[in-house]
Design a binder for this molecule. Structure first.
Ligand code: KE4
Length: 430
């Protein structure tokens, strides 16, 4: 079955005249899978509807934020009621206090928090804070991890940078890029060797505690603990980039799943409930060094925007419901077990990964994918064929082999079984 998407194609042509690549974020452009991107017109619950009014079961969820499903009525009402009282003041509001208290309550390793408007702002600011607080310049990140498009972090990056084949972007001054050390994810020996050589010059290591931008790769036992120990030994700061994993893998984020305490945490996506919110936070004595209480400057016109706070706060309230994550994880497990059975039935080399309601799909003979090298060695052509075969059957997966998938609270068992059926057909076409 091939779905007709002529409206999307026309819109793509028009968009490309005024917007580079016709998109406002590269990974949306379908360069990772081929063909024209789908233009969406509306979304509700687990479904997105394109400009040709085709319906898709959505496993992208706006790259993570839509954990409650699209257009949740209580979130929409919270936004509407807040908007009627004004959309932005550029001055402090009470809802920012409620939001800060709520995040610090569910993520107690965050003693103080600063809200910003994107995950990129959060990680960029956290790095500046770490450099300011330690007086050191070097930072460590991991091949294939993506932390937004801040200059120091576009070195061997994942997500769209990897999808586009430009993991280290032009435009980043060599002098700056040289201060970013990149290591293989899930390799504690390489990390130990790095600190042995550079330890006293390293301001911070930033890591996705579950890598979600080179597909979905969980940490091997001991990896995060090794980073914590190396930071303690050498006075470096441990930054958990939980923009994707925060409120996704558990209410308390990956740090509550793996019981490793970071010095700083960055947040995004779900924390804004679909509106632009990022945040960075952590130990009080570190956060106090951020302006205006300290010398490390950081600012933002729309930081703590009331609309975004209202959407985020309502979202955090709703996902705090009992059994919310147990139910989400169970749905994700049901989906992945069904996909695996369908692949096995079709004789397709395929495996999956899962942490909570976040998952990865890999076309490989391996039973587990543990590193960037193993992820990029998977069968990319098969993924592309599978992506389009699923899209044509009304299932929207991330248009890149280097992204994670997400289940929402609104995905029903019928949706999951329909997805499994579509995959059974798609696997047979590979
Ligand atoms: P934003 O600046 O896109 O809000 O957040 C950057 C970011 C930071 N840290 C992690 C772990 C992230 O995953 C992201 C952004 N994720 C990508 C998708 N994997 C956003 C999608 C896009 O770039 O359009």
């Amino acid at each position: 079955m091939s779905t007709q998407r002529s409206q999307s194609s026309q819109l793509f042509q028009q968009a490309s005249k005024r917007i580079p690549g016709g998109v406002n974020s590269p990974v949306r452009a379908f360069n990772g899978v081929g063909g024209d991107p789908v233009f969406f017109e509306r979304a509700e619950g687990a479904y997105v509807y394109d400009a040709d009014n085709n319906r898709y079961i959505d496993y992208v969820g706006s790259w993570g934020p839509m954990i409650l499903g699209h257009s949740h009525p209580e979130v929409i009402t919270a936004i509407q009621q807040t908007a009627e009282r004004g959309t932005s003041f550029g001055a402090p509001t009470a809802i920012e206090i409620e939001m800060a208290e709520k995040v610090c309550q569910v993520m107690p390793n965050i003693e103080q928090i600063r809200f910003v408007s994107s995950g990129t702002e959060a990680t960029m600011s956290a790095l500046r804070l770490a450099r300011g607080a330690t007086g050191r310049d070097k930072i460590v990140k991991f091949h294939g991890c993506y932390h937004g498009h801040g200059d120091s972090l576009l070195v061997n990056a994942g997500s769209g940078a990897l999808t586009m084949g430009v993991p280290s972007s032009p435009g980043v001054p060599t002098a700056l890029a040289e201060l970013t050390i990149t290591l293989p994810f899930n390799d504690p020996e390489a990390a130990a060797a790095c600190w042995a050589e550079h330890g006293d010059d390293i301001a911070a290591v930033i890591v996705e505690p579950v890598a979600g931008n080179m597909n979905c790769i969980p940490p091997q036992a001991g990896f995060l603990e090794a980073l914590r120990s190396l930071c303690d030994q050498h006075g470096s700061l441990l930054i958990f980039d939980e923009v994707m994993t925060g409120f996704r893998v558990a209410l308390g984020g990956a740090q509550s799943v793996y019981n490793v305490v970071p010095d700083l945490t960055t947040l995004g996506k779900i924390v804004g409930g679909g509106l632009p919110v990022g945040a960075f936070g952590g130990k009080r004595e570190i956060m106090q060094q951020i302006a205006p209480t300290g010398p490390v400057y950081q600012a933002g016109t729309l930081s703590g925007n009331p609309l975004a706070m209202a959407a985020g706060l309502k979202t955090l309230e709703l996902i705090s419901a009992p059994n919310f994550y147990n139910d989400l994880s169970a749905k994700t497990t049901l989906l992945l077990n069904g996909l695996q059975a369908a692949a096995d039935e079709a004789g397709i080399a395929f495996t999956t990964s899962q942490v909570g309601a976040m998952f990865g799909l890999f076309f490989t003979e391996q039973t587990e994918v543990k590193s960037f090298a193993e992820s990029t060695a998977c069968d990319l052509d098969r993924f592309k064929q599978f992506f389009h075969a699923m899209l044509d059957q009304g299932v929207y997966l991330a248009p890149s082999a280097y992204e994670a998938g997400f289940v929402s609270a609104t995905h029903t068992e019928a949706d999951l079984n329909a997805t499994i059926q579509a995959a059974a057909t798609a696997f047979k076409q590979l």
